[in-house]
Design a binder for this molecule. Structure first.
Ligand SMILES: Cc1cc2nc3c(=O)[nH]c(=O)nc-3n(C[C@H](O)[C@H](O)[C@H](O)COP(=O)(O)OP(=O)(O)OC[C@H]3O[C@@H](n4cnc5c(N)ncnc54)[C@H](O)[C@@H]3O)c2cc1C
Length: 291
C-alpha cells in the first residue's frame, strides 16, 4: 500500500530543520528511521503534507558522557545504543533495553528520538528511561527545554511536544557506585513489542543497604510508570529474595492495565509482578558484585 502523496524536505543541518518546522509545523511530520511513521502513513493514519527527513543530521547521532550526564542524540539508532561501549559500562540498562527491541533490521533503522516521540504504549525505552529518571530535550526556533520522560509521555501516542519542536537528545543522570540493573520483557512474538516490560535499577551503599531502587514499567498503563510501592518497600533495606518476593506484589498496585488481543488486564498484572521480581533479582545480584 502506498502512502498519500507528500512533499519531502531534506534539511542539511539542525537549524535548517527547525526553520522548516517553524514554517510547516502543523502540516509536517519528521522522519527518522521510519519504522513507525511509514506504516502509519501507509494505513492513512497519518497524512502529512510535508515529510522532513532527518537522516542527514549526523550532529544528532552521538553518545557521550559530560560531567554527571550521559547524552544520547535523538538520531542514535537502537543498534548503536545496544553496542555502545560507553553505555555498556556506564548505563547498561539502556544498552540492554535497546538489545531487546524488535529484530536486527528494526534496531538498525529505528532511533531513540523516534521511539520516544512515537510514544507507543508497548515501546521498551520508556520503562528504562523512567527508571533512569531521564529527560527529553526539545528544540525549536524559539529555544530549548528539557522535560522528564515521565512527564513527556502523556498517554498512548500522546506527548508534550509542540508541532514546531524536535527532540534533539535524551539526557540520563549518571549513576555511580554499586549499581545493578536489568530489563525484563514479555514479548508479543509477531512484532517483538513488549506486552509488559520492567526495568529495575538498584544502588547499594557501602554497608549493602539499598540506597536507591527504581522500577519502570511499560505495557501496564497508558504510558510508562514507576512502581513506587515496590521502590518504597525496598529502599533502605539490606534486600533479600524474600523482600523482593513481597515487594514485587506491589508492582501493579493502583494500576488498571488495558486488555487487548495480546493480553488481558489480569495477565498483565501477573506479568508485571513476575517480571519485577526477575528484574530486581538480577539487578541485586549485579549490584552486590560491585559492592
Ligand atoms: C516490525 C517492528 C518491530 C518493532 N519492535 C519494537 C519493539 O520490540 N520495541 C520497541 O520499543 N519498538 C519496536 N518497534 C518500533 C521501533 O523501535 C521504531 O524504530 C520506533 O518506534 C520509531 O523510531 P523511528 O526512528 O523509526 O521513528 P519514525 O518512524 O521515523 O518516527 C516515529 C514518530 O516520531 C517522530 N519523530 C521521529 N524523530 C523525531 C525527533 N527527533 N523529534 C521529534 N519527533 C520525531 C515522527 O514524526 C513520527 O511521528 C518495532 C517496529 C517495527 C516496524
Amino acid at each position: 500500500m502506498y502512502p498519500p502523496s507528500f512533499k519531502l524536505l531534506v534539511p542539511q543541518s539542525l537549524d535548517e530543520a527547525l526553520k522548516m518546522l517553524a514554517e510547516h509545523g502543523g502540516e509536517a511530520k519528521l522522519l527518522a528511521g521510519g519504522h513507525s511513521l511509514i506504516p502509519l502513513m501507509k494505513l492513512r493514519l497519518a497524512r502529512p503534507a510535508y515529510v522532513i527527513y532527518l537522516g542527514k543530521l549526523k550532529e544528532l547521532s552521538y553518545i557521550r558522557e559530560e560531567g554527571d550526564t550521559i547524552r544520547v542524540g535523538a538520531l542514535t539508532t537502537h543498534s548503536e545504543i545496544e553496542s555502545s561501549e560507553l553505555l555498556r559500562e556506564r548505563c547498561p540498562l539502556l544498552a540492554e533495553t535497546a538489545s531487546k527491541i524488535g529484530d536486527r533490521q528494526v534496531r538498525n533503522m529505528g532511533t531513540i528520538g523516534g521511539s520516544i516521540a512515537h510514544a507507543d504504549p508497548a515501546a521498551d525505552y520508556p520503562a528504562a528511561l523512567v527508571a533512569l529518571e531521564a529527560e527529553v530535550v526539545l528544540k525549536s526556533v524559539n529555544g530549548e527545554r528539557a522535560v522528564k520522560v515521565s512527564d513527556f509521555i502523556k498517554g498512548p501516542y500522546i506527548t508534550d511536544i509542540d508541532p514546531q519542536e524536535l527532540i534533539t537528545e535524551i539526557r540520563i543522570p549518571v549513576v555511580n557506585g554499586a549499581v545493578g540493573s536489568s530489563y525484563e520483557k514479555l514479548v508479543f512474538r509477531a512484532s517483538d513489542f513488549a506486552i509488559v516490560g520492567v526495568a529495575a535499577l538498584i544502588v547499594l551503599g557501602k554497608d549493602g543497604t539499598a540506597e536507591r531502587v527504581r522500577v519502570g514499567m511499560t505495557g501496564v498503563a497508558e504510558g510508562p510508570v514507576r512502581a513506587q510501592g515496590v521502590e518504597e518497600e525496598l529502599e533502605g533495606k539490606k534486600i533479600t529474595e524474600e523482600d523482593i518476593d513481597k515487594a514485587s506484589k506491589k508492582a501493579s498496585e493502583g494500576l488498571n492495565p488495558p486488555s487487548d488481543i495480546r493480553a488481558s488486564s489480569e495477565y498483565r498484572k501477573a506479568m508485571a509482578e513476575a517480571l519485577t521480581r526477575r528484574a530486581l533479582i538480577k539487578a541485586l545480584s549485579e549490584a552486590k558484585k560491585k559492592a
